[in-house]
Design a protein around this ligand. Structure first.
Ligand SMILES: Cc1cc2nc3c(=O)[nH]c(=O)nc-3n(C[C@H](O)[C@H](O)[C@H](O)COP(=O)(O)OP(=O)(O)OC[C@H]3O[C@@H](n4cnc5c(N)ncnc54)[C@H](O)[C@@H]3O)c2cc1C
Length: 416
């Protein structure tokens, strides 16, 4: 293992080839650099995407980002959200407050994904790493002691790279997953959604995420920095991207008077559908999957990007133990914590992270199903149960802790 990696020429060998510099790949490469591993991070893109994706960073993720010295800079760019609120047109049904959670970060950080990626890029540079931008993984072949890969550079030249391990952090359409022959079963939900980042004429003094249920469908309002509010609503098929009047109409029809803001301007607007898929395994031979390459699900509850970052920090902790050099004073002693760990410990990644992702798919699927109810009696019952659970001691805190992902075990990192 050599120290991490700001070379000027594209390497022919590396300990870990990380494919994809979204939040997952950035968190993995930064973690590996900080743990002293040799890592090569490639991404076919050349810039950070600025479209509307993750808008919330959970406390559990901030704890992982703290290991990368990235929590503080990210918090400086976001709003400290107080948690989630569930309402119908008559008012609040349930509050899920993050204040009082057992974490150094008892808030939901409201910040666009592009800012999270920028902070992670800065952390990578500070750790001595870099992104090979414009480099696309073409092929991989698993061999006994390495993975042979072909990577096309921005000039069209194809490079042959031998990696001891490959991490597919290359998103929903992962080529690494396909090349490794890992199945990605699941389905798309029929319900369509519209997402619009808007500016309102007035901003709420309390930054919190509000889900409103109505007979017409659900509508979410989530503040973001710079006076932007993310609005997400279930919509009829083929509605497409909403304009200002369309968003206003949904707010007026679905929200109670206290939640009816006036839309001044659309910043971005896009339709989307919800897909739920889980990789059959997160590890095959020397190839690992993390983030959206391994699991995709409904954005309800703001969990996807968070889980990818947590996968990455977890995987880095295991890989670093296997990749560390022999202790020169006592080489080859597997009981010596300074020697490389047996590669069998890498099995823990799939064993620990895949069940976590499976539970997440079930949880976000339930949230989505509850939000999509359309039968009037079922909706009435839902609202009644939510309103009553407000008064059950500890229940709102239990749900808040679950959304904050504080019940997910923290990754073990070797002592530095
Ligand atoms: C509308 C919407 C709202 C969302 N809201 C939330 C939310 O509130 N909270 C939350 O936590 N999550 C949310 N998500 C999910 C979140 O955006 C994803 O989970 C996150 O982007 C996954 O990060 P990733 O790094 O795993 O993959 P990606 O961000 O998809 O990054 C993959 C990277 O791999 C690169 N790549 C692909 N193929 C190759 C190749 N062959 N060679 C080299 N590079 C390659 C791509 O260029 C890309 O940069 C939302 C998603 C959507 C669509």
């Amino acid at each position: 293992m050599t120290a991490a990696t700001s070379q000027a020429t594209f390497p022919a060998t590396t300990d870990v080839l990380v494919v994809g510099a979204g939040p997952t790949g950035l968190a993995l490469a930064t973690s590996l650099c900080r743990l002293g591993a040799d890592v090569t991070l490639v991404d076919l893109g050349t810039e950070i995407r600025t479209d509307s994706r993750a808008a919330g960073v959970q406390p559990r993720t901030l704890q992982d980002l703290d290991r990368l010295d990235a929590a503080g800079p990210l918090i400086a760019k976001g709003l400290k959200g107080t948690g989630f609120r569930v309402a119908n047109r008559d008012g609040t049904l349930l509050e899920l407050p993050y204040a009082g959670l057992d974490t150094p970060y008892p808030f939901l950080l409201l910040v666009p994904q592009s800012e999270t990626e920028q902070v992670l890029r800065d952390a990578l540079t500070a750790a001595g790493g870099r992104i090979w931008s414009g480099y696309r993984l073409l092929e991989l072949h698993q061999e006994f002691d390495a993975v042979a890969t072909l990577v096309a550079g921005p000039d069209g030249l194809v490079h042959s790279v031998r990696a001891r391990y490959v991490a597919g952090c290359d998103g929903l359409h992962s080529g690494v997953r396909g090349q490794a022959g890992i199945e990605f079963a699941g389905q798309r939900r029929p319900q369509e959604y519209a997402l619009a980042d808007v500016r309102m004429t007035e901003t709420s003094p309390t930054p919190r995420v509000t889900f409103t249920f109505s007979p017409d469908g659900m509508l979410l309002q989530s503040p973001l920095p710079d006076g932007i509010v993310r609005v997400v609503a279930s919509v009829p098929d083929a509605t497409g991207a909403l304009d200002r009047a369309g968003v206003q109409d949904l707010i007026d029809r679905r929200c109670g008077p206290g939640d009816r803001a006036t839309v001044a301007e659309i910043v971005r607007s896009t339709p989307y559908t919800v897909t739920s898929r889980l990789a059959a395994t997160f590890a095959k031979g020397r190839v690992f999957l993390a983030g959206d390459a391994a699991h995709v699900h409904s954005p309800a509850g703001g969990q996807g990007m968070n889980t990818g970052i947590q996968d990455a920090v977890h995987l880095a902790g295991l890989l670093a133990q296997v990749l560390r050099p022999d202790d020169p004073g006592d080489p080859g002693d597997p009981a010596d914590p300074a020697d490389p760990a047996d590669p069998s410990i890498l099995a823990r990644y799939d064993a620990e992270r895949r069940p976590n992702a499976a539970a997440l798919l079930a949880f976000t699927g339930q949230l989505t199903a509850v939000a999509e109810l359309s039968d009037p009696e079922q909706m009435r019952l839902r609202d009644q149960v939510l309103a009553r659970s407000r008064d059950v001691p500890g229940l709102p805190q239990f749900f808040a802790r679950r959304l904050a992902q504080l019940d997910v075990p923290a990754a073990g990192w070797p002592a530095s």
